[in-house]
Design a protein around this ligand. Sequence first.
Ligand code: SF4
Length: 339
Amino acid sequence: MNYQLPLFEPEEAPPTVPEAVAELLYDEATEILVAFSGGKDSVAMVLYLLDLGIPKERIILHHHEVDGRGEHLFDWPCTPSYCKAFAAAFELPLVFSWREGGILREMYRTNEGLQDVRYEQQDGSAVVLASRPGSSTRRKFPAVAADLRTRWCSSVAKIDVLSRVIAHSYPEGGQLIICTGERREESPGRAAYKAYEKYRASTKKRTAIQWRPVIDFREKQVWALYEKYNVQPHPCYMLGWPRCSCQTCIFSSPNTWAAIQQIAPWKIDYMEAIENDLGHTLYHGMRIREKARRGRSFIPPDMLQRWKTEAIGEFTSPIFPDRWELPAGAFGAEMAGAV
Ligand code: SF4
């Protein structure tokens, strides 16, 4: 089944829905779960599904809180409120999940196992998924590496959390598509990803596939979808970030750290205090403050004035703005997210 996105130039090959995915996608019995970070690729996935004619009633958004409901050290403080505003505007259900204590607690793990996973059901009640007891010690920052075993923050705070929630909350015998927002354009590692594959929480009785709907989208198509649906991008893009992952993503460049220093200096202080406490630096031999000192903030002054308060607080702007504008971070090359 081919779908022609009207945002592609005539000479560009439009994305297609793979046959095996289409069979499930257009089957009303299939639930469609979108891993929704609030970043541009997750928003584009939702808009693309709507463009494909998928009824809203079959779509459910899942968001992981990487700080585990502690203070927003890694996450953008406005991200949960942005996700809620988006879900409300499109009348989509939104489930929050997190690992207790988030990335910070895992960094400090001392003679214990992984913390439990929690998620909120749609009626607001919380479910606790206990983790196996253990007695290992971490006391380190995640490694700035592509390998997910050493760069453990992604798996501990996001990937494993989602698969545990799915295994617990989706019944055996059901059909499920899990949409994730990687794009080949983002990194050589992502360029090699498959468009779809069997999901890790799939069982003999539960058909679950992971589909990457925007894997072949170029960034211009992502923004074109925003413009088409008149969706306000996350405040970080307005401030000039090209990627919206953790605000203090370990892959951030010196310029990105300088921008963090400009809007949230307490985060640099906090990271520095952790370096002192753990006796371990995020960047081999270079202190976080030095990394930020070597960079230059990219935030345009007018955008700083307009968006800083919301970025480091609650998102309160309308999801459908009066006048849509391409954010300052669009098409930027600054490192600010996972590879
Ligand atoms: S966005 Fe960066 S810091 Fe956050 S989980 Fe991913 S790699 Fe780790």
